[in-house]
Design a protein around this ligand. Sequence first.
Ligand SMILES: [Zn+2]
Length: 253
Amino acid sequence: MVMKKMKRILIGFKGIALLAATLFFSCKEVTVNNRAIEDIETELEVRDSVKITIGKKDELSVAKLKSLEGLADTLFVRLADFSNDFVYDLRYATENNFLKAKVYDCAECYTRVKTARALLLANKEFMGKGFKIKFYDCYRPNDVQYKMWAIVPNPQYVANPVKGSIHNKGGAVDITLVTLQGVELDMGTDFDFFGKRAYHDNLDLPKSVLNNRLLLKETMEEYGFWSIRTEWWHYNLGTASNDKVANFKWDCD
Ligand SMILES: [Zn+2]
C-alpha cells in the first residue's frame, strides 16, 4: 500500500513537472515568437522609412529641377539644374587631362541658355536610343583659357585666350556617349587625344567606333551643332560664334 501511495505521489510529481516544463517551454516559445514579430515589425518599419526617405529624396531632386522657359538665350545656366539625365566627367577640374593640371576650382558644367536648350533636346533623342551625353568640358571662363595657354602655349592644342574659343562663349561642349547604365561607347580614343586617330575623317577604325561617332555627330548636327575635323568630342552651337567671350565664374561653395 505504502509503495502504491509513493508511486501515485511520484506520478503526481511527474505530472506537475511535465506541466511546469510544458508551460516553461511554451512560454519561452511565445517569447521567442514575440521577439521575432518585433524584429519583423522593426525591419518593416526600417524598410518603410528607407522607402519613404528615397521617395522624398526623389521628389526633392525632381522638384529642384528648373525650367529654361522664358530665360534669355545668352544667360549662363548650370545644366544639372535643368536635367538629371546628363553624366559628367569634367576632366579639367582634375589632373586627368593633357595639361596634367587642375585648372577649374570645382567641377561644374555651365553653358548659355540656347546651348542648354539644344543639349536637352539632343539628349532626349539619344535616350530614346538607349544613350546619354557625358560631358568632359562645357563653358570655360576666359581666365581659365589663359591658365591653359600658360601651360601649353600652342594653338594646335589650346585656343589663344586673346581671341578666345567657343568654350569661352558658352557655346561649345566636349562630349561622348554612355549607355543608360553609364558605360562609355568606344569612340576610338580618349578625350583630348591629339592625333589622327581622333579625326572625323579618319575612317581607318573599327566599324563599331565609326558608327558610335556617326551617331554622336548626326544627332548633334540635327540640333544645331557643328563639329571640328580633328576632335570627335568637340561640338559648337552654330549660333554661338557671334557671342562674346565671357569670364563669368560659378560658385564653388
Ligand atoms: Zn572642346
